[in-house]
Design a binder for this molecule. Structure first.
Ligand code: NAD
Length: 473
């Protein structure tokens, strides 16, 4: 965490404060509100793995915030900063996020206190397999009870190891590969999962730009094209968001803030070139596509239209909130704005698209992957050629009977049936548009909610409360 002010709340308390603000506008008994807010259980495991000739003890967590729907869902993070407060806060956000985007899960989150860069691949695999074993024997990884996914410091590789370990332990369960999402496609993953969270950030911003009243609140005009963006973190989420927004929507990424330095280019940083440079292992200072400086805590305050924190919690806090110049903040990371900074920014009129909504693309496509796994069939496999045949018939009829003539490229584009990636992107876009609409509807029905975060919490809490009431709680 980058926050230095001792007056900041802990992450968990920060999430609770935002939750309580929304709950204060609701006509729900305080006892039920408390039931929804509390984290049901957190399991702490310490296990030893013999590596480099000696036993190393690792500490991991899996928090289950709410089991009102099962399986519970949430990523597993590898970082030295992982702690119980953090996983519980992140698990709570998962409960509200899944409720908001109508994904039928409860909320969970896990973490392993480890610096993944300190271990080689073989060692990491052994550690991950042992962690999986510890979780599996308590059903904290299970296709119908608890389904992890990637988060900071983990990706497809770790999910593949977890899936394989779980499968070895449960080889008679026909749905065993649905025990984790975010797997490589050739091991039962889904097209579009790696890009999903960044893609969802893009769709969230596209939807924001369709709402003139929101643009007005943020003092912005026009389209995404040409808008100046500052992004923090060029990892999985930040890279995909920045790539799609610049390459497909014409936005200009003027500042990229990374762990080892800052890259600025007023004409727009070429994100693909920068990412390839970072992956090559060359020093950031040698990147030719912009001005590179050492890590600079003030870069997040660079003048821009849109700021996308996509690295970590508490990046925007009491120390820098007053100096933020962005008109819109899109919370691609989880908890990047502390509760106190949130108040400062709201008072300044900054429009915040909250994490619960903005980064929900990952869990949405994870849901599609899980459905694919338990359905044991790739999306589009049955329909694609049938759809293609119908489209071809339509074009032929319009040409032969309607006297129309279409270009070859239009015809091939129109006729082609939807494959898995098309369906995943369409499903994600629909989800992001629908959730934005539900947040707006809450704001119209109850203007006193005032901001998108409070309204998003309101929608989520209402959904969970309805669930509990309907089962007699
Ligand atoms: P990642 O590990 O792939 O990337 C994080 C990036 O941030 C890295 O490039 C890292 O170098 C950079 N970074 C770390 N500390 C930094 C600092 N002090 N200043 C600038 N850059 C810094 O992680 P990710 O999966 O992209 O996750 C990022 C955030 O998005 C996290 O908050 C995570 O919880 C959230 N998130 C991720 C997903 C997902 O599908 N991966 C889904 C929802 C939310």
């Amino acid at each position: 965490m980058s926050t230095s002010s001792t007056n900041e709340l802990k992450f968990r308390d920060s999430v609770d404060l935002m939750f309580n603000r929304a709950a204060s506008f609701m006509d729900i008994s305080p006892k039920l509100i408390e039931k929804i807010r509390v984290c049901n259980a957190t399991y702490t495991v310490r296990f030893g793995v013999k590596l480099r000739g000696e036993v190393h003890t690792f500490t991991g967590y899996r928090a289950v915030h709410s089991e009102h729907k099962e399986p519970v869902k949430g990523g597993i993070r590898y970082s030295l900063d992982v702690n119980q407060d953090e996983v519980e806060a992140l698990a709570a956000l998962m409960t509200y996020k899944t409720a908001l985007v109508e994904v039928p899960y409860g909320g969970s989150k896990g973490g392993l206190c480890i610096d993944p860069k300190a271990w080689d691949e073989e060692e990491l695999e052994r550690i991950t397999r042992r962690f999986t074993f510890e979780l599996a024997r308590r059903d904290l990884i299970h296709p119908s009870l608890n389904v992890p996914a990637p988060d900071m410091g983990t990706g497809e590789r770790e999910m593949a190891w977890m899936m394989d370990e779980y499968r070895r332990l449960n080889n008679t369960n026909i749905d065993n590969i649905a025990c984790v999402t975010g797997k490589p496609v050739h091991l039962g993953g889904i097209e579009g999962r790696v890009e999903a969270t960044g893609r969802g950030v893009q769709y969230a911003l596209q939807e924001f730009f369709r709402h003139n009243d929101d643009k007005k609140k943020a003092s912005l005009r026009g389209e995404l094209d040409g808008k100046k963006i500052v992004i923090q973190g060029l990892g999985n989420v930040g890279y995909h968001a920045a790539k799609f927004l610049s390459e497909e929507d014409g936005a200009k990424i003027i500042t990229v803030i990374e762990r080892f330095g800052v890259v600025r280019n007023p004409k727009g940083v070429n994100i693909e070139k920068l990412k390839q440079h970072m992956l090559s292992g060359e020093p950031l200072a040698d990147f030719q596509g912009g001005t590179v400086t050492n890590p600079d805590p003030t870069a997040i305050c660079d003048a821009c239209d849109i700021l996308i924190p996509a690295a970590m919690e508490a990046a925007i806090n009491m120390d820098n909130a007053h100096s933020i110049k962005a008109k819109v903040i899109v919370e691609a990371a989880n908890g990047p704005v502390t509760a106190k900074a949130d108040k400062i920014l709201r008072d300044k009129g900054v429009f915040i698209i909250p994490d619960m909504y903005a980064n929900a693309g990952g869990v949405t496509v994870s849901y599609f992957e899980w459905v694919k796994n338990i359905g044991h069939i790739r999306f589009g496999r049955l329909q694609r050629r049938n759809q293609e045949a119908k489209n071809r018939e339509l074009i032929e009829a319009l040409e032969t009977q309607g006297g129309l003539k279409f270009t070859k490229s239009f015809k091939s584009g129109f006729i082609e049936g939807a494959n898995e990636i098309d369906l995943v992107r369409a499903g994600l876009d629909d989800t992001m548009r629908g959730a934005y609409g539900n947040i707006k509807a809450a704001l119209i029905a109850k203007p006193e909610l005032e901001d998108m975060r409070t309204a998003a919490f309101y929608v989520a809490i209402s959904d969970i409360a309805l669930h509990y009431r309907s089962i007699g709680l």
